[in-house]
Write a protein of this length. Structure first.
Length: 124
């Protein structure tokens, strides 16, 4: 299976504190690497290239042995709003004074419905 992922720039890379390779994602979620790739392909997770290595996923996207609740739906809404993977990553990790914090911090705090509403508003 070929996985097509975007290459990110240095500025976007620095928004994320910790990155995981797909083998690390697979290990944390107790899945095969093929299934971890499928999660990225299906946009349940967002994977990007940093430098010349393989795809990597922000560690915060995982909550224990699961994908963070609310993340897949938010990624779908952002895609529907016309955001590519790099734009979606930037939006999720850029601080927003009205939340407070970043959208990803709000999702982690259980406010994923509010974040999805904000993402939907971007399309209009």
């Amino acid at each position: 299976m070929t996985l097509s992922v975007a290459q990110i720039d240095r500025e976007t890379d620095q928004l994320v504190n910790e990155w995981l390779t797909l083998p690390e994602v697979a290990s944390r979620l107790d899945l095969s690497i093929g299934r971890a790739k499928q999660l990225v392909k299906d946009r349940k997770l967002l994977g990007v290239r940093r430098g010349s290595g393989g795809p990597q996923v922000p560690a915060v996207f995982l909550d224990g042995k699961d994908v963070m609740k609310g993340l897949p739906g938010t990624l779908t809404v952002l895609q529907d709003a016309g955001y590519d993977d790099v734009q979606a990553l930037r939006w999720l990790f850029t601080p927003d004074e009205s939340l407070p914090g970043s959208p990803i911090e709000a999702i982690k705090a259980g406010r994923h419905t509010e974040v999805k509403r904000r993402a939907q508003a971007l399309a209009f």
